[in-house]
Write a protein that binds this ligand. Structure first.
Ligand code: SF4
Length: 194
């Protein structure tokens, strides 16, 4: 968080989270050549690129896109909703994988086998809407021993759970998770997307 980053947002999503802040990315979009996207990234002069959505793994072209960005020297992050198998994602890509909570309405979407495809530098992320979500997430961290796979992030859903309340809970419970803030919204307001 905090590093300048070039975003490639792929259209389309298979989920319908209650708090979705990128409704515009769930459909539509424009067709682009992979080489053109890589050229745009090069022109940006930013080394870090994030491939996100929608759900980016729904488009088969995402794999040659990630390979092409890596070959061109980019540091590549992939943000995915956790419902699609990660087995084809190149190992050099840092994966930021959601585990959807009951508050999202999509808690059945988590593809648990994805734990097999995580590396220590990847991140598992819970976006939390309530105390009930927080307790559910804590129970998943313990049940699946998630800290043994990679970094675990707890983030507060914007305008739903005050970030300071979540931070207090994490400290009180001594949870070994990283608190995450939607920094772009703090800086530029709630109309900016993740
Ligand atoms: S996975 Fe992301 S883009 Fe899809 S509905 Fe949920 S928040 Fe929106």
């Amino acid at each position: 968080m905090g590093l300048p980053c070039f975003f490639i947002r792929l259209a389309g999503c298979n989920l319908h989270c209650r708090y979705c802040d990128t409704e515009y990315a769930r459909s539509g979009g424009t067709e682009e050549e992979i080489s053109a996207l890589i050229d745009l990234w090069k022109d940006s002069r930013v080394s870090l690129v994030q491939v996100t959505g929608g759900e980016p793994l729904l488009q088969p072209g995402v794999y040659p896109l990630m390979e092409g960005l890596l070959d061109a020297g980019a540091s590549v992050l992939l943000e995915t909703n956790g419902s699609v198998p990660l087995n084809q994602v190149p190992w050099k890509v840092v994966k930021v994988v959601d585990i959807k909570t009951p508050g999202s309405g999509m808690e059945e979407s988590w593809h648990e086998e994805n734990l097999r495809w995580l590396a220590g530098y990847d991140q598992l992320k819970f976006v939390l809407t309530s105390r009930q979500d927080y307790e559910w997430a804590c129970s998943q961290v313990r049940r699946l021993n998630l800290n043994s796979y990679c970094n675990v992030l707890f983030s507060a859903a914007w305008n739903t759970l005050p970030p300071s309340v979540l931070a207090d809970w994490i400290v009180e419970d001594r949870m070994a998770v990283r608190f995450q803030l939607q920094l772009h919204k703090v800086l530029w307001g709630e109309k900016t997307a993740h």
